[in-house]
Ligand binder design. Structure first.
Ligand SMILES: NC(=O)c1ccc[n+]([C@@H]2O[C@H](COP(=O)([O-])OP(=O)(O)OC[C@H]3O[C@@H](n4cnc5c(N)ncnc54)[C@H](O)[C@@H]3O)[C@@H](O)[C@H]2O)c1
Length: 389
């Protein structure tokens, strides 16, 4: 069993996602466990170089996690033939330019979603990677959530019968930042010209979740809104929040199921988790959060009576059975990193390339169009969209 070094250029690791999920929970965790095991039992050990504008900040992060290499000059880092992957979790607007550079330098690409702000850019960068012969991956983390993995298991087992509908509730209150509670998300999320907006942020997730678990998305109807038009930024300065901060979207799926997902940064949570999905099928229903999943089979379905004259006597919450944790569910970002590294090094199968990532951008773009034109919009196959672009 041999262990070999594997160089990864990481950009955006001072940010929320880059630091917590990708650096600490994924790459550092993989290093701590002794690397990624390949199908032949050899191991690869990630050796990251952390790239950022602010040398001191990046060096402090590296020192905290025992990482030796940092740099401010991305071009010089990309020129190093000993590094194999370029990873980006920087803000969305920078992504396409960075990916293009890295592809030109012959690096394999791994990045956060959304790939870009427009479908045309997403397709063109995916095509550039294909033409250059480099491998690519886009984060599709929600599919790795224990709650959704349990839903997949239920579906694969035939538990639902025919799936009729999927209801998703995503969101929590993001503080405005101007009355004693600092905002818990970056201010660029709320500015249109900086790539903000919940539709561009969340619809890419709903695309791969729906496509992979319930049926390909065939059409979308979306109403976006900016509920809170003024917020305070990281420095406490008031700014005009002109990007959509909630989206109420309905989807028609191949196979006939209807999905409706509310995404909001302006909602207070009285449900089991920050995202919940209810799936209703002819034979059974399930409700999943990030981790837990509860089911109700057709034979356990109660017969409530609508009676506005009496308080409800049934405790509906208690009428569901929990799906047990029969396995260990590791961090989904880490699992996806491991799969992508295996794919790059050992050629193992991999689905979530830049073209799959482009589908998420496509759905966001069409949802924005639906909102602007106040109508249902069909979602063409990516090949057709590519030809039309
Ligand atoms: N997969 C998920 O669940 C998930 C969740 C949140 C965000 N994201 C995505 O991750 C990306 C980052 O989001 P975030 O919430 O971590 O944002 P963030 O603002 O916390 O981090 C952005 C990073 O980009 C860097 N950056 C920003 N502007 C820069 C510039 N001009 N030059 C150099 N570096 C610059 C910042 O220093 C920071 O490292 C976004 O594309 C977002 O859509 C994904």
């Amino acid at each position: 069993m041999a262990t070999r070094r594997f160089g990864i250029i990481m950009h955006g690791i001072t940010g929320r996602m880059g630091y917590n999920q990708h650096l600490v929970r994924s790459i550092c965790a993989i290093r701590d466990q002794g690397g990624v095991t390949l199908p032949n039992d050899d191991r690869v050990m990630p050796d990251p170089i952390l790239i950022g504008r602010n040398a001191e900040k990046v060096q402090a992060i590296a020192a905290k996690h025992g990482i030796k290499r940092t740099a401010t000059d991305l071009d010089a880092a990309l020129a190093n033939k000993d590094d194999t992957i370029f990873f980006d979790a920087g803000s969305t607007q920078m992504r396409v330019g960075l990916l293009r550079k890295a592809i030109a330098a012959g690096k394999h690409i791994y990045c956060e979603k959304p790939v870009s702000e427009t479908l045309a850019e997403a397709i063109s960068v995916a095509q550039a990677a294909k033409d250059k012969g480099v491998k690519s991956g886009v984060v599709q983390d929600k599919l790795y959530l224990p709650g959704l993995r349990k839903i997949k298991m239920l579906n694969d087992s035939g538990f639902f019968g025919r799936i009729l509908s999927v209801r998703g509730e995503f969101g929590y209150w993001v503080f405005e930042g101007d009355w004693g509670q600092p905002a818990q998300r970056p201010s660029w999320n709320y500015r249109k010209k900086e790539g903000g907006g919940i539709i561009l942020d969340m619809l890419p997730h709903w695309r791969y979740v729906l496509d992979n678990l319930f049926g390909a998305v065939e059409a979308v109807s979306c109403l976006g809104i900016t509920h809170i038009p003024s917020r305070a930024d990281e420095a406490g300065k008031t700014y005009a929040a002109d990007a959509d901060d909630a989206a109420y979207a309905t989807f028609q799926l191949a196979g006939g199921a209807i999905a409706h997902i509310n995404s909001s940064w302006c909602v207070r949570v009285k449900r089991d988790d920050l995202v919940t999905f209810q799936v209703d099928g002819t034979h059974g229903s399930a409700v999943a959060g990030l981790h837990r999943c509860f089911t109700q089979h057709r034979v356990n379905t109660p017969r409530p009576v609508w009676n506005p004259d009496e308080p409800q006597t049934m405790t509906f919450e208690e009428q569901w059975d929990e799906v047990p944790d029969n396995q260990v569910y590791e961090n989904g970002f880490k699992l996806q990193w491991e799969e992508f590294i295996r794919h790059v090094v050992a050629g193992t199968p991999w689905k979530f390339d830049l073209f799959e990532g482009a589908k998420g951008v496509q759905l966001a773009e069409l949802a924005l169009k639906s909102w602007a034109e106040r109508r249902w919009v069909d979602v063409p196959a990516l090949q057709a969209a590519k030809a039309a672009a």
